[in-house]
Design a protein around this ligand. Structure first.
Ligand code: BMX
Ligand code: ZN
Length: 300
């Protein structure tokens, strides 16, 4: 059996074909271009599905979609999305896709999917209880309990990116201030670096880490401040959930253990020792496939 999978983030969309055993047969990506609005994004998703069906055959068993925003995973509807994807709130994505294509469709939040993808085929294999965070355009989160995502009372649990980190801090595109993702997402890292280094060249997470690793002081300081902020959010999560495993995903997971070591160094100084005993921080290992895998896992 094989499935179509689409993973919609605030910046990029990944899409491809996933087999029953978790093997990803084909992987493509394109820009989300979220600022063009929801109708444009819906058409983009339809075009992607048409492309995949044409390229890889129509013999598929369903379409799994992972998307940023809070998702009612039963109705397949976007309950609320921040202005990272303007107009996405209220889109009945499952209904739209099932009407257009005659395959069953499953839709859930991108990081809920990433967590299930990591549990199926990645860093959380064999684990049934853990937290997952992705540090990307925003910060997404998932609480996995007994092998499934804890949805909360209305499918919105785990929006870790909107925990308050700094009261009256920077404005967030959720409509409030001081949110975790303003300080500890990859976009925040890039923004701080761009400001602090005062450079006009276009930086990204990879370049910033490379320069920090090469000992460039200004980039080391930027990474240090950023990992401090990442840890500051984890401090609250650790004291609330007392987890034994936290998976850190998003583009920066390409840095491997380096990133978890830096975060752990700060975190150790922030939490009560009793919370430290069982705690493991791991980088995600499915890379940019996690959301697609989890969307298919949810569909199966
Ligand atoms: C935001 C929020 C979450 C999402 C997270 C990660 C929207 C559009 N997004 O906090 O639902 O899981 O970002 O998203 O409401 P990404 O764009 O970084 O992949
Ligand atoms: Zn917010």
């Amino acid at each position: 059996m094989k499935y179509l999978a689409v993973d919609i983030g605030g910046t990029g969309i990944k899409y491809g074909i996933v087999e029953d055993n978790g093997n990803v047969l084909a992987l493509y990506n394109m820009d989300t271009e979220a600022s063009k609005g929801a109708n444009c994004l819906i058409e983009k998703v339809k075009d992607i599905i048409r492309f995949l069906l044409k390229e890889h055959g129509e013999d598929i068993d369903g379409i799994g979609i992972s998307t940023a925003g809070q998702v009612d995973r039963v109705a397949g509807e976007i309950i609320f999305a921040t202005d990272a994807i303007p107009g996405w709130t209220g889109v009945k994505l499952k209904e739209i896709i099932e009407k257009e294509f005659s395959y069953p469709c499953y839709v859930d939040n991108d990081v809920n999917c990433a967590a299930l993808g990591e549990m199926w085929a990645g860093a959380a294999k064999g684990e049934k209880n853990f937290l997952c965070l992705t540090l990307g355009t925003g910060i997404g989160g998932a609480i996995v309990l007994n092998g499934d995502v804890f949805t909360g009372s209305s499918y919105s649990a785990g929006e870790f990116g909107h925990m308050n980190l700094y009261p009256n801090g920077m404005e967030c595109n959720c409509g409030h201030r001081g949110c975790y993702e303003r300080y500890a997402s990859t976009s925040a890292l890039v923004k701080f670096a761009q400001e602090k280094a005062g450079t006009i060249e276009k930086l990204n997470g990879k370049i910033i880490f490379e320069r920090a690793n090469n000992g460039e002081k200004i980039y080391k300081d930027i990474v240090n401040q950023w990992t401090y902020n990442v840890a500051l959010g984890l401090k609250s999560l650790v004291h609330i959930f007392n987890p034994s495993l936290i998976i850190i995903g998003g583009g920066v997971s390409a840095q491997g253990n380096l990133i978890t070591d830096l975060i752990k160094e700060h975190l150790n100084n922030m939490i009560m020792p009793s919370f430290n005993k069982n705690l493991m921080l791991k980088v995600a290992s499915c890379g940019n496939k996690a959301g697609m895998l989890g969307a298919v896992y949810g569909l199966k």
